[in-house]
Ligand binder design. Structure first.
Ligand SMILES: NC(=O)c1ccc[n+]([C@@H]2O[C@H](COP(=O)([O-])OP(=O)(O)OC[C@H]3O[C@@H](n4cnc5c(N)ncnc54)[C@H](O)[C@@H]3O)[C@@H](O)[C@H]2O)c1
Length: 293
């Protein structure tokens, strides 16, 4: 396949990430199949995409006709064999569990045309772990979108040692056609670029706070005013979920056995108290619960 030639897309997993990645594909002009094992997830995804497009039309970002055309390019199915059968390019966005992703890649290798690229949107799983269950390692890579994909412009394309140049070029070209800005990581590394830099900022912010150097509120103000970040690190932890911060570090600790990888004391305390950020109404900051409607 020539770089940029992907015309028929298949997105596997219609959750938080998948439904919007599929919408980007349809907006880029690709006939896009969306596959999910759960019919209710497909239903929710369709409703959400119709609402996203209605807002874009309202704001003058695209015409009603273009929105209707893009929505018309989406096809929804619970059957992977139907979604993958004619795909040039597959983006997998199912839950973050290696066994589940390997099962999907094994099936995709059997069901998708031989020329098709198989990409994973995983935030933490290296594509080499998925390439190994296929007979097309050269056509496998990570294509890491950010949440929410319709808003966040960056895509990290990450190759593994056997990924071909043509596959990397096809992933970069597809991301550009979707209106995203791709960057290429030439080696697999856990956390890729953005999450590694973010982790370093979070670690330092927690060290400064736990060392009594400044309050967490003042650290947030310093980062926002001094570095022009839209959110401070503590606000961001509340936004993403303190449970997520805790689980990521516990996972890294389990993988490495390194005590230094354990969650920071102040994260562990909040996790234990169920103060997980916005989702629980309290984390570093307190969030008034929405009024019942
Ligand atoms: N949520 C984020 O902020 C974010 C950001 C970047 C990358 N990611 C990555 O995207 C992937 C998906 O994350 P998400 O937040 O969209 O998850 P999610 O739980 O919202 O959606 C996953 C969907 O996959 C479906 N699914 C599960 N097994 C399946 C299978 N075998 N075949 C088809 N569908 C299946 C589920 O029914 C669900 O609808 C993960 O790999 C995650 O690391 C997530």
């Amino acid at each position: 396949m020539e770089p940029g030639a992907a015309r028929r897309l298949c997105v596997v997993g219609a959750g938080t990430m998948g439904h919007q990645i599929a919408m980007l594909g349809a907006l880029a002009g690709c006939a896009t199949h969306v596959v999910d094992v759960r019919p209710d997830a497909l239903e929710r995804a369709q409703v959400a995409n119709r609402a996203h497009m209605a807002r874009w039309v309202e704001r003058g970002r695209l015409t009603a006709q273009d929105a209707a055309d893009a929505l018309g390019r989406l096809r929804w199915t619970t059957r992977l064999e139907e979604g993958a059968a004619d795909a040039d390019f597959v983006i997998e966005a199912v839950i973050e569990r290696l066994e589940d992703k390997q099962a999907v890649f094994t099936a995709l290798d059997r069901l998708a045309p031989a020329h098709a690229v198989l990409a994973t949107n995983s935030s933490t799983i290296r594509s080499s772990f998925l390439a190994s269950v296929t007979a097309r390692a050269d056509r496998v890579c990570n294509m890491h979108f950010f949440n929410p994909p319709l808003v966040m412009e960056l895509v990290e394309v990450v190759v593994h040692p056997a990924t071909s140049e043509a596959t990397a070029a096809a992933a970069l070209a597809l991301a550009r056609r979707m209106g995203r800005t791709p960057v290429l990581l030439r080696k697999e590394i856990s956390g890729f670029v953005v999450n590694r830099i973010l982790a370093a900022i979070m670690d330092e912010a927690l060290r400064l706070y736990e060392g009594g150097i400044a309050s967490f509120e003042d650290i947030d103000i310093a980062v926002k005013k001094g570095l022009r970040h839209p959110m401070g690190p503590f606000e961001l932890m509340d936004f993403n979920g303190i449970d997520v911060a805790y689980n990521v570090r516990m996972q890294r600790y389990r993988e490495t056995g390194d005590e230094l990888q354990k969650p920071a004391r102040s994260i562990e305390e909040r996790y234990g108290r169920g103060e997980w950020g916005r989702k629980t109404g309290k984390g570093w900051y307190a969030y008034p619960r929405p009024e019942p409607s």
